[in-house]
Design a protein around this ligand. Structure first.
Ligand SMILES: [Zn+2]
Length: 411
C-alpha cells in the first residue's frame, strides 16, 4: 500500500482541556495518546482553551426504534427485516427454536442458518446487484431475546466496490457495539416498507438450496480496490470530531483550506495468505478435521482476536460445505466457552466480512471472533493509528497460541 505520501497537518482543533480529558477518560482513552495519534498522523493539532461559556449540549437525539419485521418462516428458521437497520436490506436469519445463546445451537441448526444466509446472499447478488455482506453473530446479547440471530449486513450503497476505511470503521462500530452512528444513515421508514414488501415477495417465490461439497478451488488472487488511506483517515477524523461533540466536548475546528485530501482509490492484487504454511504455522492455535483456529495478528480493533478458517481454499463463506459448516460451528462454540471463562466476557462477537466490498482482505473465507467491546473513542483513535499498533509480533502470537491451545485441549 502506498503510505509514503502522508499528508501534512491541515487542521487546528481548539478544545477545552478539562472536557476533552474527561470525555476521553470516561471511554478509557489516555488523552496524551489521543493527542499524539492526531499529531503523529498530522491530522490535527490541539490547542487548549478555557471555555467562556458553559458546555453547550450537543447530544444527538436518538432515533425512535424500528421493530424487526417477519418476512418468511421456513422449517427451523425465519427471515426478518432487521430492527434499526444499519443499511438498506439488512436481514436477520433467525432460529425458530427458542435458545438463549450460541452454546445451545446444534450443528444441524448451524447448517440450517447457513443455508438461510446463502439464500439471502443469493437474492442480494442476483436481484439487487449487492455483491457482498457482513455476516454477524454473537455468543450472547442476541438482538431478539430467546431466539438465535444471524445478521446479514450488505455493503453500503455509496461504496459497493471500494474497501473504504470509513465504511469499514462504521460497519465495525455496528458489528462490535451494535450501535448506529449518524454517518451512514439507514433507510427511511418509506424505503424500509418497500424493501420489506420486496423481500416477502422474493422469499415466497424462491427456495433454499442445500449445502453442497465443492471441489477444492485453485488459489486465485483477487483484485481489490481500496480508498487511499489518507482519505479514510480524514473520514475517521470527522467521526472523532462528531463523537466528541456528541459527548458535550466543544471542538472548534479550524480547517486549512489549502490542503485537500486525495480521493483516488488504488487497486491491488491480494493473494491467499491462509493457504501458506508459514502463515498457518505461526498463527495456528488449534486444528480440527476441516478447520484451523488462528490468532489474528492484525486486529481491526484493540485487543485479542481469533479467526476460524476452513482448511480448504474457499474464497467466500457461501462455498462452505456442510461438514465444514458443522466443524467451524463446533470450534466456535469451543473457543467461546474458553474465552468466556478466561476473560469473563459474556459477549463474543463473531463476524465474516464476506467479500472484498465489505473489507475482506484475504480471499479465503474466515470467521472473526473477539471478546468484549472497546470504547468508541478508543476504537476510533485505533482506527486512525492502525498502521502503528495493530500488528502482533511472532513472539506475542506464539504465547497466545500456546496458552489458548492448552485451554482448548482441556475443554
Ligand atoms: Zn486459501
Amino acid at each position: 500500500m502506498a503510505s509514503a505520501a502522508i499528508p501534512k497537518a491541515r487542521e487546528i482543533w481548539v478544545v477545552d482541556r478539562s472536557s476533552w480529558e474527561s470525555a476521553l477518560k470516561k471511554e478509557n482513552v489516555d488523552p496524551e495518546y489521543a493527542k499524539k495519534v492526531l499529531e503523529f498522523h498530522r491530522l490535527a493539532t490541539l490547542v487548549f482553551k478555557n471555555p467562556e461559556n458553559p458546555t453547550p449540549s450537543t447530544k444527538s437525539v436518538p432515533q425512535s426504534p424500528i421493530e424487526p419485521e417477519l418476512l418468511a418462516e421456513e422449517g427451523p428458521i425465519s427471515f426478518y427485516y432487521a430492527r434499526n437497520p444499519r443499511v438498506s436490506n439488512h436481514i436477520w436469519v433467525v432460529l425458530n427454536r427458542p435458545v438463549d445463546d450460541l452454546s445451545e445451537v446444534t450443528a444441524d441448526e448451524a447448517v440450517a442458518l447457513r443455508i438461510g444466509v446463502n439464500r439471502i446472499q443469493k437474492i442480494l447478488k442476483e436481484q439487487l446487484s449487492i455483491p457482498n455482506a457482513v455476516i454477524l453473530q454473537r455468543s450472547h446479547s442476541i438482538p431478539l431475546p430467546g431466539r438465535y440471530v444471524v445478521e446479514i449486513i450488505p455493503t453500503h450503497p455509496d461504496s459497493p466496490h471500494v474497501l473504504d476505511l470509513h465504511d469499514k470503521v462504521e460497519c465495525n462500530n455496528y458489528v462490535y457495539r451494535h450501535s448506529l452512528s449518524n454517518q451512514l444513515p439507514g433507510p427511511s421508514r418509506e424505503e424500509r416498507a418497500k424493501e420489506v414488501a420486496f423481500w416477502k415477495e422474493l422469499l415466497a417465490k424462491t427456495k433454499s438450496e442445500p449445502l453442497v461439497d465443492l471441489p477444492p478451488r485453485p488459489i486465485q488472487d483477487w483484485e481489490q480496490r481500496q480508498t487511499r488511506i489518507d482519505t479514510g483517515k480524514l473520514a475517521v477524523l470527522n467521526w472523532i470530531h462528531e463523537t466528541l461533540a456528541a459527548q458535550g466536548v466543544p471542538v472548534e475546528r479550524i480547517a486549512d483550506p489549502s490542503v485537500k485530501f486525495p480521493v483516488a482509490s488504488l487497486t491491488e492484487k491480494k493473494g491467499c495468505s491462509f493457504c501458506r504454511s508459514d502463515v498457518i504455522d505461526s498463527q495456528k492455535v488449534l486444528e480440527t478435521e476441516h478447520s484451523y483456529l488462528l490468532v489474528n495478528y492484525k486486529s481491526s480493533m484493540p485487543g485479542l482476536q481469533f479467526l476460524i478458517i476452513p482448511k480448504r481454499h474457499a474464497p467466500l463463506s457461501n462455498e462452505l460445505s456442510e461438514a465444514e459448516t458443522r466443524d467451524m460451528h463446533n470450534l466456535a462454540q469451543r473457543l467461546c466457552r474458553v474465552l468466556e471463562e478466561k476473560t469473563g466476557s459474556k459477549n463474543i462477537t463473531m463476524y465474516q466480512q464476506d467479500g472484498p466490498a465489505v473489507g475482506q482482505t484475504t480471499p479465503h473465507a474466515h470467521l472473526h471472533l473477539r471478546p468484549k467491546t472497546a470504547s468508541l473513542l478508543r476504537f476510533l483513535f485505533f482506527s486512525v493509528n492502525f498502521d502503528q499498533e495493530r500488528t502482533m509480533t511472532k513472539e506475542e502470537m506464539r504465547v497466545v497460541c500456546e496458552e489458548f491451545g492448552k485451554l482448548l485441549a482441556q475443554d
